[in-house]
Design a protein around this ligand. Structure first.
Ligand SMILES: [Zn+2]
Length: 259
């Protein structure tokens, strides 16, 4: 394959090789009673999606073009190929063997023990650089002491966060995510409040107390437990965005309380 390729291109190349072997086997087969169905298993859902949706990064890749060619040739000789996803390392002997051989070949190419191309395609370059950027961002996020609490809520970088439509609830929500609210426990710590106790008298007014235990916000909490319509959110910035701790926003908005 080459030294500078991304994992998806390698998976697609594996499918190309499998289809070529299938085509050769069925073309050479003399037994006319042989089943014309074949099952191809792959543990890469991104590669399967790309084939099913004929997708590529902008323009069709060399591997996708070859896969379409081979699919047509197999169809012409009435061979039906079923492409199925399997979880990786689930004990399928051939799948494990292929994985092992691919790793050995990649190691050999990396250490110049076998000849491999150093040319990288544009799509592979984008993919590889995006993976490097993501890894470096994650490493920085994992080591930053100032984001300790927020990291417990959002462990992975590049997680899209939904924000509430209500402006005040949005501010409170951000403060909750940053663990720096106007609740009495935090205010007492910063010298703004005389006491950390909640006015209900039960315990310190922490985020947990406010969200889960305070009797003053019982009705807003029952809305959180029942769940809601999700209309209180606006999407930022794309359709892949998902709500983060949506119930908390409902309590924040339902309580009418800026925290
Ligand atoms: Zn309370």
């Amino acid at each position: 394959m080459g030294k500078l390729v991304d994992s998806l291109t390698c998976e697609l190349q594996g499918i190309v090789l499998s289809l070529e072997m299938l085509l050769q086997a069925f073309t050479n087969a003399c037994d006319m009673n042989l089943s014309r169905e074949a099952f191809l298993v792959c543990d890469c859902s991104a590669a399967i999606d790309m084939i099913l949706h004929r997708e590529s990064y902008g323009r069709i890749s060399r591997q996708m073009f070859r896969i379409l060619q081979l699919a047509k040739s197999l169809k012409d000789i009435q061979v039906i190929v079923h492409l199925a996803w399997v979880p990786s390392h689930c004990g399928i002997v051939a799948n494990e063997e292929v994985d092992k051989l691919a790793k050995i070949a990649a190691e050999d190419a990396f250490h110049d023990r076998i000849l491999a191309s150093s040319v990288i395609s544009l799509s592979a370059a984008f993919k590889v650089s995006s993976e490097i950027a993501q890894e470096s961002w994650q490493a920085k996020w994992d080591q930053e002491p100032a984001v300790f609490f927020t990291r417990l809520l959002i462990p992975e970088v590049n997680t899209k966060v939904l924000f509430p439509r209500n402006y005040d609830a949005g501010i409170s929500y951000c403060r909750l995510l940053l663990n720096d609210t106007m609740l009495r426990e935090d205010s007492f710590r910063t010298g703004v409040s005389d006491t950390p106790m909640c006015k209900c008298g039960m315990e310190h007014e922490s985020a947990e107390h406010f969200l889960f235990r305070c009797a003053e916000h019982h009705s807003a909490r029952s809305v959180m437990i029942r769940g809601g319509t999700g209309r209180e959110f606006r999407r930022i910035p794309d359709p892949g965005t998902r709500p983060l701790l949506p119930g908390r926003i409902r309590v924040v908005a339902g309580s009418g309380y800026l925290i």
